[in-house]
Ligand binder design. Structure first.
Ligand SMILES: [Zn+2]
Length: 83
């Protein structure tokens, strides 16, 4: 994700996105453990959590895109070729 480090909104979105990504990896690790121990209840709970985190990351991505098109059209355009 591209962002302008001097822009407060960019920093907020990108740090929230980063936090959500770390959360995703953490929960992803938990699901392996739950599957390994055949704990269906835990697996279902973790899958729910994973899809919530995925939705949050998607929302943040969209938020970043909108914000960049609005405030940093050049960064938004540069992002297209990289992603
Ligand atoms: Zn910005």
């Amino acid at each position: 994700m591209n962002f302008d480090a001097s822009c407060e909104e960019c920093r907020r979105i990108s740090s929230e996105y980063e936090a959500a990504t770390m959360e995703w990896f953490r929960v992803q690790g938990q699901i392996r453990i739950a599957e390994y121990s055949h704990d269906d209840e835990a697996s279902n709970r973790i899958i729910d959590e994973l899809s919530r985190i995925t939705a949050r990351r998607q929302r943040l991505r969209e938020e970043a895109e909108k914000h960049q098109l609005d405030r940093h059209p050049r960064i938004a355009a540069a992002g297209d070729s990289k992603s």
